[in-house]
Structure formats: C-alpha cells, structure tokens
Write a protein that binds this ligand. Structure first.
Ligand code: KG4
Ligand code: ZN
Length: 335
C-alpha cells in the first residue's frame, strides 16, 4: 500500500506548528513553537502579536518538520492547513504559507477545520470508529459533536457564552495565575475541596448546551467579596470548587448525549481535554456505557498542534477534498 505523507500547518491562535503525518495516523514530526511567553504579560493572546510571531517562526517550523521527518518536498502527497475558526491574522499566515508550498511543489491543498483537528487527533492513537461522539473543550470552544460517519459533524450542543478554557483562564487571572491558567488551576484543584458549591448552569436543562459565564461571575464575586471584608479564602478550595462545577456540567451533558446517541467511541479533545479531573470523571462515567470506548487524546496532543491537522487532513485527502489558491482564512468557520 502506497503511503501518503502530508505536510500540515496550524496557526489559528498562539502556537505556530508544522507537522509531517504518514497515512493519517503516524507522526513523523510535529514542531510546535509556542508564543505563550509573549502574551503572558498581557493576560491573554494579543492577535497582532500572534500574527507577527507566526511570520517569524513559520519558515523554520517548516524546515524543522521536514528535517525531523527525514523527508523532502518531493516525498509529500499533499499540504493541509487550518483555515478556521481562529484569529484571522494568525490563520492567514498558515494559509499563505501552505498555499505557497502547495503551489511551488504542485501539491494538492487540503482545507482543515481546527475543531475537526482536535477531534481527529484521536486517530493518532487509535482508528476512529463510527458513529462517534466528541466533546471538544478548548480556549475558544465547548461543543458536543455527533459524528454518524466519517467527515460528518453535527453539533448537538455548545456553549452559549464563555468556552470552558476561557473560564479557566479568566478565573485563573483572579487567582493570580499566568495565562493560560488551565493546567495550574487543575493542579490546585487536586489539593482542594469543593467547599464553595458554585452554580452548575443549565445542568438540568433538557438540551446539550453549556454556559460558563455565570460560574465565572459567581467565582469572581466570591473572591471580591472576601477581599472587601479582608477575609482570605483558600485558593486550592476555590480552584477545586470551580473545577468541580465545570466537570459536573461537562460530564452530565455528555452522559445524556450518550444516552440519546449510542456511539462506539467518545472522543475527548481540545486544550481542556488535558484536564486530569475531567479525564478521570469521564472514565468513571463511561463504565455505564459498556458499548462505548473512551478515546482520550494524549496530553501532548490536546493543545493546538499541526499533527492533529494532518490527521484530519489525511481523511479529507482520501475523500479528495481539495481547495486552491483562492482559499481564505475564515475566523468564524463552522462545520
Ligand atoms: O485547544 P487549545 O490549545 O487552544 C484553543 O484552541 O483554544 O486550548 C487552550 C485552553 C486554554 O484555555 C487553557 O487554559 C486550557 O486549554 N487548558 C486546560 C488545561 N490545560 C490547558 N484547562 C483545564 N485543565 C487543564 N489541565
Ligand atoms: Zn484549539
């Protein structure tokens, strides 16, 4: 069987990443140049700063990805790139670089949705079996996606306001944690207890949607009120209480989605999928669904990376889903 080699690009937010993926499931290289340090002093990603970093990093990322994979341009089958959703200026750098490589080397160009990438990251560990359900939780998204078959994405639930990761980053700021706060809040949560019982918004509603802005506000009000009366709250307990509320809602809605949509696999992907509490909880919940296997994207592939874009891109490659030099970045791209 001929192998296909895909050079993939991801620049939708604050990681410049280029990868070489073989047959859609094997990582030959996955270069990730993070810009987190440059954004930290602003407390979040500054779009203009992100674009500039992508421009500075992209060429060396391409060279490193090819070198590490021990391949040259002539070995490649296609080029895949994230064209949305994300920051428009950031996306444009990857899209432009991918177009240039595809044009110069006469390669097909594959347009990839960033969220499909977070889901298809799972196939870098094990083949995806359909029907499947994906819980995609990141800094920009919180979605329950039903996939009846390959390349079909039906959003059955999503956040009505803040994304889960966004909530982590915002309450992290109140706790004095650097952006992005998710990982550290997760670690603190394991040392604390749910003593504050923050609200679980929409938990009992008969839908699969989420809302995290009320939880964020409740958290911030609690901390500010304590400040005013010069009371010191236990930060680990605050983190644990916040995390428990997030996990309860994510787990309850996912459980209900699995009841309505029997699937072979539940895929957990996106930056927040690195959350230890969430991973443990879903493992427990899945015991009640013996016909559904839990596919946890490995920690190293939960955050933004180009390997996942190559994994999703190869699936499109087999379906001959190609674009051309007219491809534009689409910051609010939907499935
Ligand atoms: O997928 P990602 O790298 O970028 C987006 O597409 O948004 O997700 C980044 C988000 C950030 O909000 C970060 O705080 C969160 O993922 N995150 C976590 C953890 N690790 C990263 N949230 C909770 N627990 C973690 N362990
Ligand atoms: Zn992402």
């Amino acid at each position: 069987l001929a192998k296909d080699l895909i050079l993939s690009f991801e620049t939708s937010c604050d990681e410049t990443s280029v990868a070489v993926i073989e047959n859609g499931d094997t990582i030959l290289s996955n270069i990730v140049a993070t810009q987190i340090k440059s954004h930290q002093r602003f407390g979040g990603v500054v779009p203009e700063v992100a674009s500039r970093h992508h421009i500075e990093q992209i060429t060396s990322c391409i060279n490193d990805a090819l070198t590490q994979a021990k391949v040259t341009y002539s070995d490649l089958s296609a080029v895949a790139v994230t064209y949305g959703p994300g920051l428009v200026g950031a996306l444009l750098i990857g899209v432009t670089a991918a177009k240039a490589v595809a044009w110069a080397h006469h390669l097909p160009l594959i347009p990839v949705n960033h969220l499909a990438g977070h889901i298809y990251a799972a196939r870098l560990v094990e083949p995806i079996e359909f029907p499947a359900m994906a819980l995609v939780v990141s800094g920009g998204h919180t979605e329950l996606v039903y996939m009846p078959k390959e390349n079909r994405f039906e959003i059955i639930g999503e956040t009505r306001d803040d994304a889960a990761g966004e909530a982590y980053d915002k309450i992290g700021r109140v706790l004095g944690i650097n952006y992005p706060a998710g990982k550290q809040v997760d670690e603190m949560a394991h040392k604390g207890h749910d003593t504050f019982h923050f609200p679980r918004a929409m938990d009992q509603d008969d839908n699969f949607d989420f809302s995290f802005s009320g939880l964020k506000t409740a958290f911030i009000n609690t901390v500010h009120h304590a400040d005013q009366i010069h009371e010191t709250l236990n930060k680990d307990d605050l983190a644990a209480s916040f995390q428990q509320a997030v996990i309860d809602v994510l787990a309850d809605k996912t459980k209900r989605a699995l009841q309505d949509y029997p699937v072979k696999q539940l895929i957990l992907g996106g930056g927040v999928a690195a959350n230890k509490g969430l991973r443990n909880r879903l493992e427990k919940e899945l015991q009640a669904f013996p016909k559904t296997s839990l596919e946890l994207v490995p920690l190293s592939l939960c955050g933004d990376n180009a390997a996942m874009i190559g994994a999703a891109g190869e699936m499109l490659y087999r379906h001959r889903v190609f674009t051309n030099a007219t491809l534009n970045a689409d910051p609010s791209l939907e499935f």
